[in-house]
Design a protein around this ligand. Structure first.
Ligand SMILES: Nc1ncnc2c1ncn2[C@@H]1O[C@H](COP(=O)(O)OP(=O)(O)O)[C@@H](O)[C@H]1O
Ligand SMILES: [Mg+2]
Length: 368
């Protein structure tokens, strides 16, 4: 079957009332296959996605989470203030059998959204975009801050559970299955020296000081859609929406967006937290997030960037010691290169930590 014939058949499973005209691959996402479907109705186009079921194991609950969050957002956008109204609503289109997704004869899972007119950028190029990115994720969190958290499932259990991640790390270091530990004394020490400190957020959650809220869990810049006037209009990529702390999202946005080097940069001299991008993102974020964050969350924003950088580096290191079972590698040693790059980023955050905290304090005091 021609690819477009297959897409046409899949599209016809959804309840759109429109005829398929053409489909074009869009986006640079690494996880799902995403297509824009044009129809015989000039104003109606859709986003068809094949969901990556190798990565996502619990598709029914994943789709329920998306349904809960997108419906909630849509209601808020319709009835909310000017700020909420600047967002476009992402809407799931059900199948003809009124399901949230379609399973094709080969066992692939598909979903359909309305198409949102906008573009995404893979990297944050300047402080203006960093500010807008921060504001967009702040708005997403604000608009979802009153979603009843029991209505969401933990579709990837223990995703950012540091205790479990450290447990797996120690287990694999002890087992040393591919004899790599002897070359990694420095990296293993690097982790051990920070273990206690990195328990902080988990302890605050356990003590009820940090609330469980809707967490996006993939706050990369290319998951924000911008319109032609460069305004953020939508947050996409809701596959990992789960209960968590909003600090995971803030921290990961800084880890990925405020470092001008790539995640697996081999030239460690290039890896560093960019304080200007950090400040701009934080400023945009707090413009909205000050409405709902509690003081404990605010005082841990800067720390959350260190935490997310540590936990991702730890996972790369663990996988390297384990013989590269989880992350796909493009060359031997890729995972240790990734880990070193993250640990270098963390060191630069440690060096600039007082500055980062001072920036947040100044923003909170309205002085930036
Ligand atoms: N509803 C939508 N409307 C318009 N473009 C979209 C929509 N959903 C996704 N995209 C585009 O497709 C890209 C990939 O989609 P995404 O859901 O982020 O999948 P991945 O998990 O593969 O990153 C996005 O970065 C965005 O550019
Ligand atoms: Mg994406």
């Amino acid at each position: 079957m021609e690819p477009s014939e297959e897409l046409k058949n899949i599209f016809s499973e959804f309840n759109t009332g429109s005829g398929f005209k053409s489909a074009a691959r869009i986006g640079s996402g690494h996880i799902n296959e995403t297509y824009r479907v044009s129809t015989n109705h000039p104003k109606k186009s859709y986003t068809l996605q094949k969901i990556n079921s190798n990565i996502f194991k619990d598709i029914p609950n994943l789709m329920k989470n998306i349904e809960v969050v997108t419906r909630h957002l849509e209601n808020k956008i319709i009835s909310g203030d000017k700020e909420a109204g600047s967002f476009s609503a992402l809407r799931l289109i059900p199948t003809r059998h009124n399901q949230l997704f379609h399973e094709d004869p080969s066992g692939n899972y598909w979903r359909l959204y309305n198409f949102i007119k906008g573009i995404s950028f893979d990297t944050v190029t300047n402080t203006d975009y960093a500010f807008k990115g921060g504001k967009a994720f702040g708005l997403f969190q604000f608009l979802t801050s009153d979603v009843p958290i029991e209505s969401l499932s933990e579709t990837i259990p223990n995703f950012h559970n540091i205790e479990k991640r450290l447990e797996s790390f120690h287990k694999v270091v002890n087992a040393d299955p591919v004899n790599r530990v002897k070359h990694l004394i420095r990296e293993i020490e690097f982790v051990k020296r920070r273990e206690d400190e990195m328990m902080l957020l988990q302890n605050l959650i356990n003590n009820g000081k940090i609330p469980i809220r809707v967490t996006h869990n993939d706050t990369k810049f290319n998951n924000i859609l911008f319109d032609q006037k460069d305004n953020a209009v939508c947050i996409v990529d809701l596959d990992t929406v789960m209960p968590g702390t909003v600090l995971f999202d803030f921290g990961d946005a800084i880890r990925t967006g405020a470092n001008r080097a790539v995640e697996d940069e081999s030239d460690l001299g290039k890896v560093s937290i960019d304080i200007d991008l950090f400040e701009a993102y934080s400023k945009g974020y707090m413009e909205i997030a000050c409405r709902f964050l509690n003081p404990e969350e605010v005082s841990n924003l800067a720390f959350s960037a260190k935490f997310m950088t540590f936990i991702i580096g730890l996972r790369f290191l663990t996988d390297h010691i384990d013989g590269d079972k989880y992350y796909r590698i493009h060359f031997p040693g890729h995972n240790i290169q990734r880990a070193r790059s993250q640990f270098r980023l963390l060191e630069t955050m440690e060096q600039k930590f007082d500055k980062m905290k001072a920036i947040i304090a100044r923003i909170v005091a309205g002085k930036v």
